[in-house]
Design a protein around this ligand. Structure first.
Ligand code: NDP
Ligand code: MG
Length: 381
């Protein structure tokens, strides 16, 4: 029986994790979770599962829930996230919060040697070197939840990783893949949120449309698998059936395939090295699909992907600045305060003026993160 702490239970990945935990009560037990501001969904989880500890954002919400569910302990704020992540009974932390808020609690769980199933790619982008160094020091396995990285990880099972020639991340192209750059002028939030293959949270759906999501994933792959950027490629593949590939020195290419369903990589991170059935998961029918398509990426069309490679190669706090600028810009776009193309424009301006510091410590990363958000706000005013 694996005992689980879950950060971000009320989100897209969080609820799919809950689905997996409910399907396998013999294998998994939820001991603690965090949510944000969505109290209705928090309540619905609490009627189905019986964790010991729950953290929310506000003290008021914690108090209200405490009166309704007296057998559960409620906490709140950033300290609450750390308490959930470091709950003494859990051995596995699923990090499914959004953005760099997940960083400190993840580091705290790593220092306790817990296994980290990580969906929260922003944590690996903004502070990858710290996370991986601490994971090594405290013997904490980091298992990918992101579908591409799960595919890469599965394509490395039993292999000599020294023989890897390159990683090939597949990209669907997002909601605007059939539009030219000119046609991106004036696209709306609603258009951007309409992803062709995956149903996900709002921020990552916008990231998919700008291709920043793939950029963050290139950095995530570099961090998780210690591969130089020249050996991490992106390939457009509109069907999202091949979730990524690894090419070896003998030219063999290993891939993982499946219908697009995030519960598969979520469950694999939890059941690894075993596999378990998943109810209502769609089996892959290649005869019915008939054809798979592949296309080279145009870096001028997907400028955000280029910016992410640039930030990755620059390293240091450039990664934090790029990530924070993207988070701030996407929030502004979702609020209809800036246009779609302004997202990459703002990121580029931030990167252009950023004073890069190599091998930053946690305090420097947190300072650059909050400073960058203010800079972006200032640029818009
Ligand atoms: P959602 O927006 O759906 O969920 C985010 C979760 O984080 C919610 O539980 C939310 O709480 C909580 N949250 C948001 N802000 C805060 C905060 N400041 N403090 C505490 N909790 C907070 O996101 P997704 O599930 O789509 O994505 C989560 C992570 O997983 C991201 O890093 C994303 O890139 C990654 N990912 C997602 C995939 C997907 O299919 N969705 C695929 C691969 C990776 P509440 O809603 O209660 O306010
Ligand atoms: Mg992904």
């Amino acid at each position: 029986m694996k005992k689980i702490s879950l950060l971000g239970a009320t989100g897209s990945i969080g609820l799919q994790t809950i689905d997996i935990l409910e399907q396998h009560p013999e294998a998994f037990q939820l001991v603690a979770f965090s949510s944000g501001r969505n109290m209705d969904v928090t309540r619905s989880i609490l009627t189905k599962l019986t964790p010991e500890l729950v953290s929310v954002i506000s003290a008021e919400d914690a108090q209200t829930l405490q009166a309704e569910f007296p057998h559960v302990t409620f906490t709140y704020g950033n300290e609450g996230l750390v308490e959930v992540a470091t709950h003494p009974a859990s051995t596995v932390l699923v990090n499914a919060v959004l953005g760099s808020v997940g960083l400190e609690s993840t580091l705290a769980a790593i220092r306790m040697g817990k296994t980290i199933a990580i969906a929260n790619k922003e944590t690996l982008v903004t502070a990858g070197h710290l996370v991986m160094a601490e994971a090594k020091k405290y013997n904490a396995p980091i298992l990918p939840v992101d579908s591409e990285h799960s595919a890469l990880f599965q394509s490395m099972n039993g292999e000599n990783t020294k023989r890897i020639e390159r990683l090939i991340l597949t990209a669907s192209g997002g909601s605007f893949r059939d539009k030219t750059r000119d046609e991106l002028v004036g696209v709306t939030v609603k258009d951007a949120l309409n992803h062709p293959n995956w149903s996900m949270g709002a921020k990552i759906t916008i990231d998919s449309a700008t291709m920043m999501n793939k950029g963050l994933e290139v950095i995530e792959a570099h961090v998780l698998f210690d591969m130089p950027y020249d050996k991490v490629d992106v390939l457009l593949h509109r069907e999202s059936i091949i979730h990524s590939m690894v090419e070896y020195s003998d030219t063999s290419v290993m891939a993982q395939l499946g219908s697009p369903d995030m519960r598969v990589p979520i469950q694999y991170a939890l059941s690894y090295p075993d596999r378990l059935p998943i109810q209502h998961a769609q089996r892959l029918n290649l005869a019915q699909i008939g054809q798979l398509h592949f296309e080279e990426v145009n870096f001028e069309r997907y400028k955000a992907l280029q910016l992410a490679y640039d930030a990755g190669r620059a390293g240091g706090t450039m990664l934090t600045a790029m990530n924070a600028a993207n988070e701030a810009a996407v929030a502004l776009f979702l609020n209809e305060q800036i246009t779609f193309l302004q997202i990459e424009e703002l990121i580029e301006r931030v990167m252009h003026t950023h004073n890069n510091v190599q091998l930053p410590d946690l305090a420097t990363i947190l300072a650059v993160d909050s400073e960058t958000r203010k800079i972006v706000q200032g640029m818009v005013k």
